[in-house]
Write a protein that binds this ligand. Structure first.
Ligand code: NAD
Length: 455
C-alpha cells in the first residue's frame, strides 16, 4: 500500500493499493489496443476533450488546490497559481496543436511532391515529479493526447492524489479510459513501467533517476526525453536597482519553498554592490511568512520530502566549515512535518556543496565576483544547464553574457519563469529533449517523410 502523508503535519491522508508488474502489463496492453482508434479520432474531437478538461479544472479549482496543498505542502496561493498557470498552458496547446500537427507539403513540383506527416508515437510513459504535478505532468499528457497517443501516467508517489484527480477529470472530459491511465506507486512502479513494450518515455525528475531510466531503455532505441534538475545561477551587475533585484531573486530562490527545477540556486554579485545586495536579500527573505500552507498569507511551506532536510543541513554545515557566513535560517524547525528555515549563506565558493549540488529547498548561496568574465566562468562551472539569468540595466551586456552560458533558458531581469510559448529544455545533467512551445507538440509525433512521384 502507498501511504500518503501531509508534509506539513505528518497526518495520514490516504492509503492506496499500488500497481505491480502484472497490473502494469494489463494497462499497457489496454493502452496499446485503444491507441489506433484515438489516433483516428479527428483532432478537433481530441481538442474538444482537452477543452472540457480545462473547463472541469476551472470548476474544481479550489478543491484541486486544497488537495495539492495537503499532499505536497505547497502554500495554497501557490497551488492556485499552478492550476491557473495550467489553464494558460492548455490554452496554448488548444490554439497551436491543429496547425502544428497538420501534414506539411515541403516540395510541390510538377511530378515530384514531398510531405511531412506527424504520426503519433503510440503508447508513451509519462513519469512525473511532485513539485509541480499539474505543470510537469500536463506538459506531456496534454500535447501527447492531442497528438493521438495513449498515455501511461505515473505521478510521483508524493503527488498521487493530484494524479488521480487528473485521471478522473480527463475521463469525465471524454478521453477514453484506456487511452489515459494512471499508475500508482513509487520508483519500483516507474521502473516496471519502462520495462513494458512502450514507444517512448517522457520523464521529469532527478538526474540520478533519469540516468537510470536512460540506461534501462537504451538498447530498445525508443524515444527518451529527460527533464532533470538544475543548479540555476544568476549574476547581479553593479548597475541594478538593488532593492528590486533582491526582491525578485528572493522570490526566485524561495517560491515553492525552493523546490522548483528552475529555482535560483546560486547568486553571483558584482563586488561594487555586494554588501548592499546581501543586506537587501536577507531583509526580503526574513519578510517571508513560513507556516501552515493552508493559510492565505504563508509564502514558505514545509519540504515535501523528509530526506531533503538532511541534504540541506549537510550543505549548511559544509559551507560553514569552509568559511561561509550563515546570515539567516540554517536549520530544521520543530515538527510535526518537514520544516526548514529559509536560509541565506554569503561568502560561499565552488568548493562548497551548496554551490555545486542541487539543493531543492529554501536555501541560497551568494558569491562576490569582480567582473563579468568571472561571473560567466562561475555560472558555467556546473554539470547542470537548465536556466541562467543576468540582472542589469543594459540589455546588450546581458545578451553578451547570456550568449556565453550553457543553459536551455536564459533570463534578463527575471528568473524562475516558464512560458508555454518557449521550449523548455536543459543541457548536461539537466536533461535531453524538450516540452512546451510548438516543438513540444511535435515531440509527441514521429515525422514520416512522404516522397510522391506522379506516374
Ligand atoms: P525523482 O527522480 O526522485 O522521481 C521522479 C519520478 O521518477 C517519480 O515519479 C518516481 O516515482 C519515479 N522513479 C523513481 N525511480 C525510478 C526508476 N528507477 N525508474 C522509473 N521511475 C522512477 O525526482 P523527484 O524528487 O520526484 O523530483 C525532483 C527532481 O525533479 C529535481 O531534481 C528537480 O529539479 C527535477 N525537476 C525537473 C523539472 C524540469 O522541468 N527540468 C521539473 C520538475 C522537477
Amino acid at each position: 500500500m502507498l501511504k500518503i502523508e501531509n508534509p506539513a503535519t505528518g497526518a495520514l491522508l490516504a492509503e492506496l493499493p499500488e500497481d505491480d508488474a502484472s497490473s502494469i502489463a494489463v494497462k499497457c496492453a489496454a493502452a496499446r489496443a485503444a491507441q489506433p482508434a484515438w489516433a483516428a479520432t479527428p483532432v478537433a474531437k481530441r481538442l474538444a476533450a482537452i477543452a472540457r478538461f480545462r473547463a472541469a479544472i476551472v470548476t474544481d479549482l479550489e478543491r484541486l488546490a486544497a488537495i495539492l496543498t495537503s499532499e505536497v505542502g505547497k502554500p495554497i496561493k501557490q497551488a492556485r497559481n499552478e492550476l491557473n498557470g495550467l489553464l494558460g498552458r492548455i490554452d496554448f496547446f488548444l490554439a497551436e496543436s491543429e496547425k502544428t500537427l497538420a501534414p506539411r507539403r515541403v516540395l510541390d513540383g510538377s511530378s515530384m511532391r514531398e510531405e511531412i506527416e506527424h504520426v503519433p508515437l503510440g503508447v508513451i510513459a509519462n513519469i512525473s515529479a511532485w513539485n509541480y504535478p499539474y505543470f510537469v505532468g500536463s506538459n506531456v499528457f496534454v500535447p501527447a493526447l492531442i497528438a493521438g497517443n495513449s498515455v501511461l501516467y505515473k505521478p510521483s508517489e508524493f503527488a498521487t492524489l493530484s494524479g488521480l484527480e487528473i485521471d478522473r477529470l480527463l475521463h469525465l472530459a471524454g478521453v477514453p479510459q484506456d487511452v489515459f491511465q494512471v499508475l500508482v506507486g513509487g520508483g519500483a512502479v516507474g521502473a516496471a513501467l519502462v520495462e513494458q513494450p512502450i514507444d517512448a518515455v517522457f520523464f521529469t525528475g532527478s538526474y540520478a533517476t533519469g540516468a537510470r531510466i536512460a540506461r534501462a531503455v537504451a538498447p530498445r532505441m525508443i524515444k527518451l526525453q529527460l527533464e532533470l534538475g538544475g543548479k540555476d545561477p544568476v549574476y547581479v551587475c553593479e548597475d541594478v536597482d538593488v532593492a528590486t533585484a533582491a526582491a525578485s531573486l528572493a522570490d526566485g530562490a524561495m517560491y515553492n519553498t525552493g523546490q522548483s527545477c528552475c529555482s535560483v540556486e546560486r547568486i553571483y554579485v558584482h563586488q561594487d554592490i555586494h554588501d548592499a545586495f546581501v543586506s537587501a536579500l536577507v531583509r526580503e527573505v526574513q519578510a517571508f511568512k513560513t507556516g501552515e500552507p493552508t493559510c492565505e498569507d504563508v509564502y514558505v511551506g514545509p519540504l515535501t520530502r523528509a530526506p531533503q532536510l538532511a541534504v540541506l543541513e549537510q550543505q549548511v554545515a559544509d559551507a560553514q566549515a569552509k568559511g561561509a557566513r550563515l546570515l539567516v535560517g540554517g536549520q530544521r524547525s520543530a515538527g510535526p512535518g518537514h520544516w526548514f528555515a529559509p536560509t541565506v549563506l554569503a561568502d560561499v565558493d565552488h568548493t562548497m556543496a551548496v554551490m555545486r549540488d542541487e539543493s531543492f529547498g529554501p536555501i541560497i548561496g551568494i558569491q562576490r565576483v569582480a567582473s563579468d568574465a568571472e561571473a560567466v566562468r562561475l555560472m558555467n562551472d556546473t554539470d547542470y544547464g537548465l536556466t541562467a539569468g543576468v540582472y542589469t540595466r543594459d540589455e546588450q551586456r546581458a545578451r553578451n553574457i547570456l550568449a556565453q552560458i550553457s543553459a536551455g533558458s536564459v533570463y534578463w531581469n527575471c528568473c524562475d519563469r516558464v512560458s508555454p510559448r518557449l521550449p523548455w529544455s536543459g543541457v548536461g545533467h539537466s536533461g535531453v529533449g524538450l516540452t512546451l512551445s510548438t516543438y513540444g507538440i511535435e515531440t509527441f509525433t514521429k515525422p514520416r517523410a512522404w516522397h510522391l512521384r506522379s506516374a
